[in-house]
Design a protein around this ligand. Structure first.
Ligand code: ADP
Length: 182
């Protein structure tokens, strides 16, 4: 059973929900960089204050800032993990690779949850988070296409990519993920 996973997909595809479900089922650490960043923003830390304005514009925060919140948690984790929202560009994937080789671990599978743009926008607008207004959403989708989709080829060429369709209800999608991971 695969225990070290990366979840990939556009904003609104349901990565966070599915990552949480699979993490509970397999007793893995769920590391969502979006959630961790939002917790820093809420707590009003220096890091959170730096990140807030960038997140509200739909841009990516700096690689070093994201790495700083992931690194220690990965180092400390005695169990397997799911990375959700990280890596988000090729540079982050390379940084992750270096970090993992230092701790003698490797990614066992990358789950891509895919969904059409119209459905993504619909879901995000109804979610209504601080960065979920239509202009910012469209921008986040552009950033995803430009910065994150190169990771699809990156992980496909390593034979790690498993693609599932993100339409339908939560349980149906979770079953699809179970299938590709078994
Ligand atoms: P979504 O899946 O809807 O894009 P996330 O919660 O994953 O939402 O991310 C929200 C915001 O947090 C992003 O738009 C970005 O500003 C920031 N963020 C999260 N993860 C990263 C990352 N790995 N690198 C840079 N910025 C990130």
């Amino acid at each position: 059973m695969k225990q070290r996973l990366v979840f990939l997909g556009p904003p609104g595809a349901g990565k966070g929900t599915q990552a949480e479900l699979i993490a509970q089922k397999k007793d893995l650490l769920h590391l969502s960089t979006g959630d961790l960043l939002r917790a820093e923003v809420t707590a009003g830390t220096d890091l959170g204050n730096k990140a807030a304005a960038i997140m509200n514009k739909g841009e990516l925060v700096s690689d070093s800032l994201v790495l700083s919140i992931v690194e220690q948690r990965l180092n400390d984790s005695a169990k397997g993990w799911i990375l959700d929202g990280f890596p988000r560009n090729v540079a982050q994937a390379e940084l992750l690779q270096i970090l993992l080789s230092e701790i003698d671990q490797n990614i066992e599978a990358v789950v891509l949850i895919d969904l059409k743009d119209e459905l993504l926008v619909e879901r995000l607008i109804s979610r209504g988070r601080a960065d979920d207004n239509e202009i910012v959403i469209r921008h986040r989708l552009e950033v995803y296409r430009e910065k994150t989709t190169p990771l699809v080829d990156h992980y496909m060429s390593q034979g790690l990519l498993k693609t599932v369709q993100g339409d339908g209800d939560i349980k149906a999608i979770s079953n699809r993920i179970d299938e590709v991971l078994s």
